[in-house]
Design a protein around this ligand. Structure first.
Ligand code: 26W
Length: 810
């Protein structure tokens, strides 16, 4: 590779000319990006091959992380960082007249995920490679990622995200590794040599072609693989319909269209299950293609099949890839000739499962008829798993029909995917201590009793390489100056910063960096909104998916209240605030979309009002994405983590903000609880109901939103403004639905209940910010403790406590 700037410049120039046939002087930013990207991938190629050879020689276990989503974002900057050439390239390009930041903007932001679950998978890939584990991603190469959000007249408008329009320099199409996935048809069974044999007939076959992306670890030499599968039609006449044959051209076109739709787009639903046939097709496509390829690799080792669990681990990211369980059973029995018991023993020693939510509306339940028609052999296997499991339950709890139906995998006319995932795996983990506790003590209590060692916690994490080293270089440099660089490979050593928390000169440096980052974001916002942003105001940030339980509504209601206070007393003493929002709503989630409109409406009213000038500004930044997050988070003073307690399984944005020195206003929910455990009341701003209280209200009732509305005049004023003509409600019934959800539907997410303590806590923040010395002390304490939330830490625990793998050393 190139270790100095001059070599880089020379190699780069040659490459550019070779690639594009034009001189550097004529190259566009896109040309520079493509050349550089290709150069880096080619360089990684050598290490990629070597890593795979090392895996072969090592003969150890390899783990495959199956996920419908990998929200990896842009790769150039991170790859340069992990390859250790970021600075050389930055300086080299500058010499050639290009700015690396601008070049990075040329890359499409790979939005192959909705939010937390997909981003977690991406952070895990980075940590797996950086810690030198043999751990790979298995996903879908969606042609369209999560929709691009435009705000038009305050409303969210969705546009297709055709991210592949730009050349994707990171992926390699591996035609030689393609497999076939079969749908529809029927199953014949007959006896052969004393065994029952199953044959799938009249199916429709789909070609699954993998596109591999190298996942470059932090020492550059270790390169894992993210294998994304693309669905393509089979063109040999007769092959696509199996024994049904057929070569009718119209039929073929119809077939082609239906096949290609499988990997066409990512479902934009987050925490909302919809029983759509195409989604089930995507899930099976991922599981079957991924598994066939893994088994093919294992076959090459020539080892006996009972060693498979020692060589391969299959991890499923939520229930979306649960079909790996019956699919593996199918392969082992129908293709490898194993008995049920042998196959089941192997399968349940290979699969581990992470649960990411307890929201009941997110739990997948597929209609039996749909599974039966689309995947006839798989449905037979699921039925057998269910029958055997229910028999076990009957032995264990004789006569307890109630309990058996509560635990059954198939109930009524539905397959409960979470139950299948628990029964078919050896480990089930939640993603934060509180979340796991709720799973064990409430949601999955019966399963925890039945399988006492199966449940465990693995608190989420984030890769500090992307979220600190890459997103915030000035802070990174400051940490290096203070405690040296060992923390980069041992992030928990960031704790060494604590001793500087009261050091004035260190505080000033932290403050200077924050200001620099705020200026950068202010400029960005100004360029988008054409309005000035005050870098001396508190940047109060709420960015994440839009969902009722995440309570963006609570935030905006508080802002309306603040506005009312200022209108009543324009000389009110307060530290100026800039409220920043970013959130996509699922296209079919009407209430969430109305909340976006409300935020934008209030922003419009407030930002224009001369009475509040210099006090409050509100900006909704459109198209929240990984790359936008990287710009926003380093500039935040206050991080809004205000979900209804018990609802946010973990949250990972909370960790990113903490790592960048923002202070959290939050509920005792998800990983906030663990942040609090480390830094205490003094260093974060907690408010609101506790999870226990929320869950008890759900169980026993006793909450009456309307009483609060009647009793709290501030709230009454705010809510009435939503529905009575005035600046916010412009003679339409735009916000009636929001009003009714709070009062007539009794405020499912306890927005009104937590309002008073939220308002108070914001007053406390105002007070705290005035004492900059103390604020900076808190900020440094937050940064120092954030190393615990590095996904390196999380992944080490998955490796040792779930997968039983060790780093594959050189
Ligand atoms: C089938 C529809 C659907 C789609 C996505 C159901 C459920 C999901 C995900 C499980 C939702 C999700 O992203 N959950 C988030 O996972 C993060 C990573 O563990 C957590 O930090 C978040 O708290 C959790 O909401």
């Amino acid at each position: 590779m190139f270790n100095d700037k001059e070599t880089f410049k020379q190699v780069f120039r040659e490459k550019l000319i070779g690639n594009l046939g034009k001189p550097l002087e004529e190259a566009s930013n896109a040309d520079i990006y493509n050349t550089l990207g290709n150069m880096i991938r080619e360089n990684a190629g050598k290490h990629w091959v070597e890593t795979n050879q090392r895996f072969k020689a090592d003969k150890g276990k390899q783990v495959y992380y199956f996920s419908m989503e990998f929200l990896i974002g842009r790769l150039l900057g991170n790859n340069l960082l992990n390859m250790g050439v970021l600075e050389v390239v930055r300086e080299g390009l500058a010499d050639l007249g290009f700015c690396l930041k601008d070049i990075e903007e040329e890359e499409a932001d790979a939005g192959l995920g909705n939010g937390g679950l997909g981003r977690l998978a991406a952070c895990f890939l980075d940590s797996l490679a950086s810690l030198q584990y043999a751990g790979h991603g298995t996903g879908i190469r969606y042609k369209y990622g999560l929709f691009e959000q435009k705000i038009v007249d305050g409303y969210q408008v969705e546009l297709p995200d055709y991210w592949l329009q730009k050349e994707n320099v990171w992926e390699v199409r591996r035609e030689d590794k393609q497999v076939e996935v079969k749908f529809w048809g029927h199953v014949d069974s007959y006896e052969k040599d004393g065994r029952l044999v199953f044959e799938h007939k009249d199916y429709e076959a789909v070609r699954a072609v993998p596109y591999d992306i190298p996942v470059i670890g932090a020492d550059r030499r270790h390169v894992n693989t993210l294998r994304n599968w693309s669905a393509e039609s089979i063109t040999q006449p007769g092959r696509m319909f199996g024994s049904r044959g057929g070569s009718d051209y119209h039929k073929f076109l119809e077939y082609k269209r239906s096949v290609e739709s499988i990997s066409e787009f990512l479902y934009p639903d987050d925490s909302q299950y919809e029983g759509k046939l195409l989604r089930l097709k995507q899930q099976y496509f991922l599981c079957s293609a991924g598994l066939q390829s893994i088994i093919r690799t294992f076959d090459k080792l020539g080892l006996p099949y009972d060693t498979l669990p020692d060589k391969v681990g299959l991890h499923i990211n939520d229930t979306h890839p649960t079909l790996v369980i019956p699919e593996l059973m199918r392969i082992l029995m129908d293709l490898k000739g194993m008995s049920w018991d042998e196959a089941w023993d192997i399968t349940t020693r290979m699969v581990s499962y992470t649960n990411h939510t307890i929201l009941s509306e997110a739990l997948e339940k597929w209609p039996v008829t749909m599974v039966k028609e689309l995947l006839p052999r798989i449905q037979l296997i699921i039925e057998e798993i269910n029958a055997r499991f229910c028999r076990e339950l009957m032995d264990r709890y004789p006569g307890n029909q109630e309990r058996i139906s509560q635990m059954a995998i198939i109930y009524g006319d539905q397959v409960r995917m979470a139950h299948l995932a628990i029964v078919g795996s050896y480990s089930v983990n939640g993603v934060a201590a509180l979340h796991t506790e709720i799973l064990q003590k409430r949601e999955m209590k019966l399963f925890d009793e039945y399988y006492p060692h199966r449940f465990n916690n693995k608190t989420n994490g984030i890769t500090h390489r992307r979220w600190l080293l890459h997103a915030n270089p000035p802070l990174t440099n400051l940490i290096n100056e203070a405690i040296g660089t060992r923390w980069i490979t041992h992030p928990q050593e960031m704790i060494g910063l604590i001793k500087y928390c009261e050091d004035s000169s260190f505080q000033e440096k932290v403050s200077g960096i924050k200001r620099q980052n705020k200026l950068r974001l202010a400029e960005f916002i100004s360029s988008k909104h054409g309005e000035k942003v005050d870098p001396d105001s508190i940047f109060d940030v709420h960015v994440k998916r839009l969902h009722g339980y995440k309570r963006q509504l609570l935030n905006i209601l508080h802002i309306i209240h603040l506005y009312n206070q200022i209108k009543a007393n324009p000389s009110m003493d307060m530290v100026p605030r800039t409220f920043i929002f970013g959130a996509k709503a699922a296209p079919s989630y009407h209430l969430a979309k109305r909340t976006i409109k409300l935020i934008n409406t209030v922003a419009d009213v407030v930002n224009k009002d001369p009475d509040v000038k210099g006090k409050v500004r509100i900006f909704f930044l459109e198209n929240y994405s990984v790359s936008l997050a990287e710009k926003i988070i380093p500039a935040a003073d206050v991080s809004e983590q205000i979900s209804t307690a018990s609802k946010e399984a973990s949250g990972t944005g909370n960790m990113k903000f903490m790592m960048n020195g923002a202070l959290t206003i939050g509920t005792m929910d998800g990983a906030n609880v663990e942040m609090h455990e480390m830094i205490g009341d003094d260093n974060m701003f907690l408010f609101g109901l506790r999870a226990e209280q929320v869950l008890d209200y759900y169980q026993y009732g006793g909450y009456y939103a309307r009483n609060i509305y009647n009793e709290d005049s501030r709230l009454k004023e705010v809510l009435d403004q939503l529905v009575t003509p005035g600046p916010i409600c412009c003679h339409t019934q735009e916000f009636d639905q929001i009003f009714h959800s709070l009062l007539d539907n009794n405020d499912e997410y306890f927005v009104l209940k937590d309002f008073a303590s939220y308002v108070e806590t914001h007053v406390e923040i105002d007070r705290a910010y005035r004492n900059q010395k103390d604020w900076l002390k808190k900020s440094i304490i937050n940064i120092g403790h954030s190393g615990k939330f590095s996904s390196d830490n999380t992944i080490s625990r998955y490796a040792s406590e779930i997968w039983n793998i060790s780093p594959v050393k050189f």
